[in-house]
Design a protein around this ligand. Structure first.
Ligand code: FAD
Length: 362
């Protein structure tokens, strides 16, 4: 009888939690091991686009996206730093489907986790070592626990501990930019348009604003150059007065937002050189662990979600009682040179609007 792989996911961020949803949706066994003592995210937004929303729909999360997201529409626009319009922002996919949402990161992680069966997520487990044989993959945790599975997915972010078991270790590359990020409640900006994504671009800097949490909060991000190579962090506090000075003299709409900022966080931007492969035997990388990217196209989390669906689709085709099944199938999906291989296209379609979903695959 065919036997489906058991999958262990390291990292309970957006990528790892979505992968668990996708794998379980395909009838596989999955568990998530997260180093933090509780799941959570920083107080900032993430932009979710149609390429990811279609996968969220497939795992039954369309109502959560509508409930927690803030859909942005055709008023979305790019401006010069002085407020002169440049061009509209593309908020639809190629078929005209508008599924572009601002999302509070904490809401996103909450609803991805809430959609999983109880007992799947294990917090307080920091992976420190990995080994594999022909028959099994094994992860050791800092708390002394050991877990075994047919497949291990490292979704442990840009500083991935397990990445070095796929490829020799390397350091993230500092981009010379920091981002200031934070949220302002709707009450403090009663006239701010909550139906659009807006970005202002000027010399060496840009500033963007979009709504989150169903339009009850405004998310802002200001990107500025720096010589100071700070440690990559989600939560280094920033000085709102310094942030205001960085964008002094820009479109007065930016000053309207920044006047309401009491608390801001700084995050240094890092990237990595691309890897020639994301998989070794029974271990595969996903999301920022595999392919971190600068945030300027707002695709890091969206691509992590695409990875999860591709992985689940491939692994659903594996019979672990066959010889070499897992490693061979992982190689089909977990390679940057995948182009043209349609084996990852889902075979099981659960969400409505089949035409739209099917258009992504032959
Ligand atoms: C300023 C900025 C704005 C961005 N905006 C967007 C956007 O609008 N849209 C978008 O799509 N992307 C955006 N991104 C990128 C996006 O945030 C990341 O690509 C995405 O969060 C990656 O998800 P992940 O699950 O792969 O990794 P992470 O979110 O980093 O999650 C990794 C998880 O693994 C855990 N972990 C780490 N090590 C271990 C270990 N050893 N053992 C167990 N657990 C471990 C961590 O605690 C964490 O929970 C932005 C990034 C930046 C910097």
């Amino acid at each position: 009888m065919a036997s489906r792989p058991n999958v262990l996911i390291i990292g309970g961020g957006i990528g790892g939690l979505f992968a668990a949803n996708a794998l379980i949706g395909q009838g596989l066994r999955a568990s998530v091991y997260e180093q933090a003592s509780a799941l959570g995210e920083i107080g900032a937004g993430v932009f979710v686009t149609p390429n990811a929303v279609r996968h969220l729909e497939r795992v039954g999360l369309a109502p959560s996206v509508e409930r927690w997201g803030a859909r942005v529409g055709p008023g979305s626009f790019y401006f010069r730093h002085d407020g002169t319009p440049i061009a509209p922002v593309q908020v639809t996919d190629a078929s005209g489907w508008n599924a572009t949402f601002g999302m509070h990161r904490a809401d996103f992680v909450d609803f991805l986790a809430a959609n999983l069966p109880a007992g799947i997520v294990h917090t307080g487990h920091r992976a420190i070592a990995f080994e594999q044989t022909d028959d099994v993959a094994r992860v050791e945790f800092a708390n002394g626990a050991i877990a075994e599975a047919d497949v291990v997915v490292a979704a442990d972010g840009i500083h991935s501990a397990l990445r070095s078991y796929v490829f020799p270790p390397s350091k993230p590359v500092f981009h010379g930019t920091i981002s200031y990020r934070g949220l302002v409640s709707r009450e403090r900006l009663p006239n701010w348009p909550m139906d659009r994504w807006q970005m202002w671009a000027g010399p060496s800097r840009h500033f963007l604003v979009f709504p989150v949490r169903h339009g009850t909060m405004v998310n802002y991000v200001g990107f500025v150059p720096t010589d100071e190579e700070m440690k990559e962090s989600w939560s280094a506090p920033g000085d709102p007065a310094v942030l205001r000075r960085e964008f002094e003299g820009w479109d007065p709409r930016i000053a309207d937002v920044l006047q309401q900022v009491d608390k801001t966080f700084r995050w240094a931007l890092y990237d990595r050189e691309p890897l020639p492969t994301w998989t070794k035997g029974r271990l595969t990388l996903l999301g920022d662990a595999a392919h971190p990217m600068l945030p300027h196209l707002g695709q890091g989390a969206n691509q992590a979600i695409e990875d999860g669906m591709a992985l689940a689709t491939i692994l659903a085709q594996v019979d672990t009682s066959g010889v070499g099944g897992v490693a061979a199938r992982l190689r089909a999906v977990a390679s940057p040179a995948r182009g043209g291989d349609s084996a990852w296209c889902p075979t099981k379609w659960t969400a409505p609007r089949l035409d739209r979903h099917r258009s992504q695959c032959p």
